[in-house]
Design a protein around this ligand. Structure first.
Ligand code: IFM
Length: 465
């Protein structure tokens, strides 16, 4: 019998393909990779201060050098091109561009992003710029930071200055990255800079971040931005007992803080009733001035979704979900019987599928993009190789979840891995590695992990085998 050659169409069918034009890439953030903390006019951000405060960050690590990307960006862009990335999401450092937070533009600060954008474009990589990924100039924090309404207007000034310089080459702009973290970890639990622990301050920060977002959307559009977005770290919050009305009420509160307070304000024209009541309970409703909600609801073109882990809550007596969740008395997080990453975060990709389907139902009409997804594992570099099968498993499972949601109608336009490089993981310093590329912090040598090679294949076939 003659052997029959396999039908190439079968191989085609075995691949889970993403829609034509799906955007693939990776993300980073200024303070986490740039280093050069005192160069070319940059002033300290709240993270420089926080990192220097004893006991705040793992082993006192700071972003002073980080991945030295400020000096090595050309090599990093070349690496991105070798990996086949089509999109690169980075953030600009506010204290580089406006060293005194609100005053004149520092041309040398913008020059860096100008060079970076040109380098990306010359390698065929689409730049996607985020205005605020947590590095508020310390001088602004000294004036109240996000509890001060002025900060919202200063963010819009930063937007105007940045889009004026880069808008001819950067099409896609993001105002804020994960304002939940800025507000609730920065001012509520104090786990992030500036390290304040005050529920009133946290809720004031929510409103001023959202106001800053809306004002920046308008400034970006006025400056000619073609695609304007906001990136949220949204949660899939599940009840411990779906039949228990108290557990469902606990879910509603945590869902309000993580999801609806942001989503409804931006996409539905105003704060949801229960979150409005929460603002009033803490006396923060008086910060909401007439017209603010309309500014916040300025139309966006894309909603960025950052997703890492599911959460589960239940009702209880004498418990709370902690200071990052104001008003959560009577709710608690429940441990989940799931595998965890090196962060201790439970892994369950079905939660991403549920989240995307929920967004499609509750907030239709806004295209979505996964602007961060990934996992930290305790990687080991052996010779020239990091065999990070766990990370590949994580990414593969989450991409399957995205694919399933897309197949059922979710309008997801792209997927960006967090992160391109191992980097400064905030209060965990350099102790946690999220990169698909390993960084040796002593030599600054970059080594693509197995996951990077795997991701290159995924991008190449626009799908999963
Ligand atoms: O490293 C962070 C990033 O800055 C924002 N999103 C979550 C990542 C992992 O914690």
């Amino acid at each position: 019998m003659t052997a029959v050659a396999p039908d190439p169409r079968l191989a085609e069918r075995a691949v889970l393909r993403f829609p034509e034009g799906f955007r693939w890439g990776a993300a980073t953030a200024s303070y986490q990779i740039e280093g050069a903390a005192a160069e070319d006019g940059r002033t300290p951000s709240i993270w420089d201060t926080y990192a220097r405060t004893p006991g705040r960050v793992f082993q006192g690590h700071s972003g002073d050098v980080a991945c030295d990307h400020y000096h090595r960006y050309r090599d990093d862009v070349r690496l991105m091109a070798e990996l086949g990335l089509g999109t690169y999401r980075f953030s600009v450092a506010w204290p580089r561009i406006k060293p005194d937070g609100s005053g004149p533009v520092n041309a040398r600060g913008l020059d860096f992003y100008d060079r970076l954008v040109d380098e990306l474009l010359s390698h065929g990589i689409e730049p996607m710029a985020t205005l605020y990924h947590w590095d508020l100039p310390q001088v602004l924090e000294d004036r109240g930071g996000w509890t001060n309404r002025d900060t919202a207007y200063y963010l819009a000034d930063l937007a105007a200055a940045t889009v004026t310089r880069l808008g001819d080459r950067v099409a896609t702009w993001t105002t804020l990255n994960e304002p939940w973290c800025s507000a609730f970890l920065g001012y509520g639990s104090g786990d992030h800079a500036p390290g304040r622990q005050d529920p009133v301050a946290a809720l004031e920060a929510v409103h001023h971040l959202l106001l800053g977002h809306g004002l920046s959307v308008r400034a970006l559009r006025a400056g000619g931005a073609r695609e304007v977005s906001l990136t949220l770290n949204l949660a899939c919050v599940r009840p411990d007992d779906p039949a228990d009305p108290h557990d469902l009420a606990a879910v509603r509160h945590i869902d309000g803080l993580h999801n609806r307070i942001w989503l409804d304000a931006v996409l539905k024209g105003g704060y949801p009733q229960d979150m409005r009541a929460l603002l009033a309970r803490f006396g923060v409703d008086r910060r909401v001035e007439p017209g603010d909600e309309a500014v916040i609801a300025s139309p966006i073109d894309l909603l960025g979704v950052n997703f890492y882990q599911p959460s589960r809550v239940r009702a209880g007596v004498g418990v709370t979900c902690g200071p990052a969740n104001p008003g959560s008395e009577g709710c608690e997080y429940v441990p989940q019987d799931l595998p965890v990453t090196a962060m201790g975060w439970p892994v369950d990709a079905t939660a991403l599928y549920e989240l995307l389907m929920r967004l499609s139902t509750d907030y239709p009409g806004t295209p979505l993009m996964i602007t961060e997804n990934g996992a930290a594992y305790d990687d080991v570099l052996v010779g020239d190789r990091v065999a990070d099968a766990d990370r590949i498993g994580y990414l593969d499972a989450h991409l399957r979840a995205v694919h399933a949601a897309v197949s059922e109608g979710a309008d997801v336009r792209g997927y960006l891995a967090w992160s391109l490089l191992d980097n400064y993981e905030w209060a965990y310093g350099y102790g946690k590695r999220f990169g698909i590329v390993h960084v040796d912090y002593d030599t600054q040598r970059r080594t693509p992990k197995d996951s990077a090679r795997w991701f290159t294949d995924v991008i190449g076939r626009n799908g999963l085998s």
